[in-house]
Design a protein around this ligand. Sequence first.
Ligand code: TRP
Length: 337
Amino acid sequence: MHNPVILTGDRPTGKLHIGHYVGSLRQRVEAQHHYRQFVMIADLQALTDNGHNPAKVTDHVLEVMADYLAAGLDPTKTTFCLQSALPALAELTTYYLNLVSVARLERNPTVKAEIQQKGFERSLPAGFLIYPVSQAADITAFRATHVPVGEDQLPMLEQTNEIVRRFNTLVGKEVLTECQPILSDTGRLPGIDGKAKMSKSLGNTIELGMSAEEIKQAVFAMYTDPNHLKVSDPGQVEGNTVFAYLDAFHPDKALVAEMKAHYQRGGLGDMRCKQVLNDCLQTLLAPMRERREAAIADKHQLLRLLQQGTEQARALTDEVLAEVKGAMGLDYFAGLN
Ligand code: TRP
C-alpha cells in the first residue's frame, strides 16, 4: 500500500567504523539503488547522553557525513539530513510522549541496558529515557516503511509501531505508517580485543578512515584463541575475532571455510590468518579512505549536501506533522484562510 521508504540514522559521537559498515552501511549502499532512502544524522538523540558536552556531538556531524560518502552512499541517490534542523521531529515527540507510559519506557531492554552500563541511577537525563519516542517521531515523520538496523534497535521499532497503532486507533484513521526492520545478515562484529561490541569508547575499533599502517596494527593486535600457542596446535574458531572478521568481510567463503578447518585441525598459524585478513581489509578500506580524505577536505561542500537534503526532509516531515495535528484537531486556524 505504501511506497517503500527507508530511514536510518546514526548518532554523531565519533567516526564510523567497520562495525557500522557490516551492520548497516553496506546495506544502505545497496538499498540506495532500489529505494527512496533517507539517512539522518541523529544529533538530537546523541545529545540525550552528551548534554554536558555538546561539542562531542557537533564536532562529529561532518565526520559522519564524510564516512557516509566514504562508505559509498551517493548524495544523488540517498538524502542526507540533520535531525536538529527538522523541528517537526521535536513537535511529534511532544505529542507521542502522551501516548507512552513511563513504565513502558523503563521496560525498553536496550535503553535499560544502556542506563545500567552508563551508571546513570538518579541522574538519568529525562531526554535519554524518552529517546525511543523521539526515534518513533523520526521514523513516522519520514513515513519510513523499512529501517535497516542492528538487533539492539529492534525494541525501538517495536515501540514505534506501538505508538503508530495507538495513534491511528485514537484518531480513527491510518495517519501514521508502521515500519519493519531490515536486519543485517552478519551478526554484530566484536571489537579487535574480542569484546562483544566494537565501540569508540573501548578503543577497539577499525575506523573507515584509518591509515594502512593503523589497520595493519589493529589486525595484528587482534584477539584470537588464547590457547592456540603453537602453529601445530588445534585452534578454536568460535570466539576467535580473526575468523569473525573473515566471515564478515572476506569475499571468498570457500577459502574461509577451508582456513577454519585447517585451523581447527592444527597447522595454520595466527600470523597467516591475520595476513589474509589484513589483505582483505586493506582492499576494502583503501578506496573508502581515499573518498573520505577528498570529502573531509571540502567541509563547505559537505555542509551544502547536508543542507540540501535537510530541506527536502523538512518539507516531508512538516507535511506529516500537519496531518498528525489535523487528525488530533489541533489545526485550529486552518479554517481562517
Ligand atoms: N538509535 C540509532 C542508533 O543509535 C540512531 C537513530 C536515531 C535511528 N534515529 C533513527 C536509526 C531513526 C534508525 C531510524 O544507531
